[in-house]
Design a protein. Structure first.
Length: 91
């Protein structure tokens, strides 16, 4: 993955507070929320470069996940039975 760029961003405190609340509602950091909104705006304007990768995955990978070829951990297959495999509820 290419190195990420650091920038200094000055925001009105009320705008920052609104962004922080919105980010918390969507379980993102304020920085991730800003990046999400910038990518969304670029895509809507037709200016998002094709070589731009997806948003980085959020949170920690599962402990039993194996790293994939790019070094990020993919979730391990679930051992829980799916809805079609669960026995009927006798209630």
């Amino acid at each position: 993955m290419p190195e990420r760029k650091n920038i200094l961003l000055r925001l009105d405190p009320a705008v920052h507070d609104a962004l922080a609340r919105w980010a918390a509602d969507e379980l993102r950091s304020t920085t991730a929320q800003i990046e999400f909104l910038l990518r969304q705006g670029l895509a809507q304007a037709g200016r998002l470069p094709r070589e731009v990768g997806g948003m980085p995955r959020r949170g920690r990978p599962p402990k039993n996940a194996e790293p994939d070829a790019e070094g990020s951990a993919a979730p391990a297959p679930s051992t829980e039975p799916g809805p079609e495999e669960q026995p009927p509820n006798p209630a």
